[in-house]
Design a protein around this ligand. Structure first.
Ligand SMILES: Nc1ncnc2c1ncn2[C@@H]1O[C@H](COP(=O)(O)OP(=O)(O)O)[C@@H](O)[C@H]1O
Ligand SMILES: [Mg+2]
Length: 365
């Protein structure tokens, strides 16, 4: 006779490697059902994009076979509920579980490309995702998402006017580009910038999101400060390229987030344009801008390396056409971005398990 107790006992030997505890202690097991030799249960992961999903499923099956009954027919329902460290009833972006800023030191390193493909990559794994383009100097998300000619509508929520994000490729998108025309741009860069931006950040009707990805302007300027003063940022993803100048600027961005009064956790570093690979010879990698720069920086700051994205024509073309590279599962670049999404999700889950919630930064001017 197989019992629920025996199943739980066996599963308490299966570790969640990232969180360093077993599945039972972590409350990840539910809905155990037993019918003769048939055993079924649900494993609730902390993200649908968990790169260890297959490994954990296999470990569960092995545990039942080794510790309960070698002939059991095991059916594992792999499920996920994205974790958060935000408390309920927050006034700012109340339904948003994780707020992730994508930052870089230099412009042109592929921050928007990474933001767009990361957001869609997470959604393709089953998460609810929003993408906010806050680059007041060069909002490029509308073009990259193929929504350049669309305009978001307004709606009223509890008596307040809010912007309804545009939906495309399974994510919700809002860009400051929809609000800027050249004559108006001064509002976003002048003395009113901070309050206008705050309104823009809090005035979008996202509803429930697992991840909100924010594409920031390059550098370490006012938008960054306004952002950390307006929302509790779960973590930052730093985008760099192998060139020494880009890496030097990325270090500055890292140092800014690490300042004690800002204190935004850094989820890791993405190296974009890491190597060139010809379409017809995808196993050949040419490190034309140098090799290992991001890894070195990651080691120096004790941060994870979240991914290496190759430089390929299709990424640029996809950006220009409004069809992001991650949509193509069969391409090298599509797989690199899908991998990146899983790595980011994993590091968000670890961050939420290990660290205190981020506080909104209070500035004494
Ligand atoms: N891995 C890549 N391979 C090829 N082109 C890329 C890659 N990453 C970015 N690009 C292209 O480089 C340009 C700058 O990228 P973008 O994402 O706009 O940078 P940023 O937002 O940092 O200014 C765009 O034309 C984009 O399509
Ligand atoms: Mg950009």
């Amino acid at each position: 006779m197989i019992t629920k107790e025996a199943v739980l006992e066996a599963l308490s030997n299966v570790q969640e490697p990232d969180l360093g505890k077993d599945l039972v202690t972590l409350n990840m097991i539910s809905d155990i059902e037993i019918d003769g030799k048939k055993v079924s249960f649900r494993v609730m992961l902390t993200t649908p994009a968990c790169p260890l999903k297959a490994m954990i499923e296999k470990a569960c099956i092995n545990a039942i076979h080794h510790l309960v009954d070698k002939d059991a027919e095991v059916n594992v329902i792999m499920d996920a509920r994205v974790n958060t460290n935000r408390k309920d009833n927050q006034s700012v972006l109340p339904g948003v579980k994780n707020i992730i800023m994508v930052a870089s030191g230099k412009g042109g390193v592929g921050k928007s490309t990474v933001s767009v493909n990361l957001a869609i990559g997470l959604a393709r794994e089953g998460a609810k995702v929003g993408l906010l383009d806050a680059d007041i100097y060069g909002p490029s998300v509308p073009i990259m998402m193929g929504i350049r000619d669309e305009r978001p509508k307004m709606t009223e929520v509890n008596g307040e006017a809010m912007i309804v994000p545009i939906e495309k490729y399974g994510i919700k998108v809002m860009s400051i580009g929809f609000l800027i025309d050249e004559k108006q741009a001064v509002i976003w860069r002048g003395p009113m910038a901070s309050s206008a931006l705050k309104q823009f950040i809090t005035g979008v009707y996202w509803q429930e999101l697992d991840y909100l990805i924010i594409d920031l302007p390059p550098g370490t300027g006012d938008v960054h400060l306004t952002m950390v003063q307006t929302v509790p940022v779960t973590g930052a993803v730093i985008v760099s390229t192998p060139q020494a100048v880009a890496a030097a600027d990325a270090r500055k961005a890292i140092m800014m987030f690490k300042q004690p009064q800002i204190n935004v956790p850094i989820l890791g570093i993405v190296e974009n344009m890491a190597y060139f690979t010809p379409q017809e010879l995808p196993d050949n990698k040419y490190y034309i801008f140098g090799k290992g720069g991001a890894k070195q920086m990651a080691e120096q700051f004790d941060l994870p390396c979240l991914g290496e994205i190759p430089i390929v024509q299709s990424i640029r073309e996809g950006g220009d056409k409004g069809v992001p590279a991650v949509m193509d599962d069969n391409s090298v670049s599509g797989r690199a971005f899908a991998d990146l999404a899983r790595h980011v999700a994993r590091n968000v889950a670890i961050r939420n398990a290990d660290m205190e919630p981020t506080k909104v930064v209070e500035m004494k001017n």
